[in-house]
Design a protein around this ligand. Structure first.
Ligand code: 23J
Ligand code: MN
Length: 258
């Protein structure tokens, strides 16, 4: 029998030639959630309550119940999350095609730009500069924006001011470029959401939600460890919980890196 791709993967995982990098933040009651303008209903934070812990409620077993908003911590944005993506028959957490939940990743390092300017916007020009060095972003691959945001304290991570949050994200033109010219599977970021903090002022508002989900594409928010990935060549495993009609869910995001 010939050596198949999966035989090689099994060997390479066992030897450590292929490593598994966890891109997920801890989920507990301190995990920050997005704050919306006060006229809108807010996301609850993560909560956990013990059912039993080797006690009278369950002498030999430990388990908890938990609750949270679907968009809490490291989470998946499904197309059905946004009004522009609401009619896709494969656009909610239970209907997304499993084949789309394993895909290559491209990682663009803009940590320096974001350290200098919390409102930094990724542009098509910057992405094309990256492509000139690392190769073209292939159809159905992720673009992940390494802003360095996961290394911040919670206060600096949310970075609220009088006029709203100041966090980096993609420009309108950049999202258009990724959707129309590159046909990515989605856009992922270390910030609390896939859009810049000031994206409520853009036209369209929240382009990473409006345009990505409008094109049946995905989002990944509150990622961490993007600095541990190569610019190109890693594979992301991103299955959200199979919530029926879910708009997204917290998930464990794993990257295979060789
Ligand atoms: C709801 C409303 C607006 C936004 C969001 C959620 C997110 O960023 C999210 O987590 O999908 S911008
Ligand atoms: Mn979300």
């Amino acid at each position: 029998m010939t050596n198949t791709t999966l035989d090689n993967l099994i060997t390479d995982l066992a030897s450590g030639t292929v490593q598994v990098v966890d891109l997920t933040v801890n989920l507990d009651e301190n995990t920050p959630v997005i704050g919306l303008p006060e006229e809108f209903k807010q996301s609850p934070t993560f909560k956990m309550e013990k059912i039993s812990h080797f006690d009278d409620a369950g002498p030999a077993w430990y388990w908890n119940k938990f609750s949270c908003g679907e968009h809490t911590g490291t989470h998946f944005d499904a197309p059905g999350h946004w009004v522009t993506g609401k009619d896709y028959s494969d656009g909610c957490t239970d209907t997304i095609k499993p084949q789309d939940l394993v895909a290559p990743a491209n990682v663009i390092d803009v940590t320096k730009e974001c350290a200098e300017n919390p409102d930094y916007l990724l542009t098509p020009e910057k992405v094309q500069e990256w492509e000139a060095e690392h190769g073209k972003i292939e159809k159905d691959s992720w673009l992940l924006m390494n802003s360095g945001w996961s290394k911040r304290s919670v206060e600096d991570f949310l970075n609220y001011a009088e006029d709203g949050p100041h966090t980096p994200g993609p420009s309108v033109e950049c999202v258009k470029f990724l959707v129309e010219e590159r046909d990515v599977i989605g856009f992922g970021t270390e910030t609390i959401g896939t859009d810049a903090g000031q994206a409520f002022l853009f036209d369209p508002q929240f382009p990473s939600h409006h345009l990505m989900h409008g094109a049946n594409k995905f989002g990944l928010a509150s990622l961490t460890n993007l600095d541990k990935l190569p610019p190109k060549g890693s594979v992301l495993i991103t299955p959200p919980l199979k919530i029926v009609n879910g708009s997204g869910s917290p998930l464990r995001v794993l990257a295979l890196v060789s």
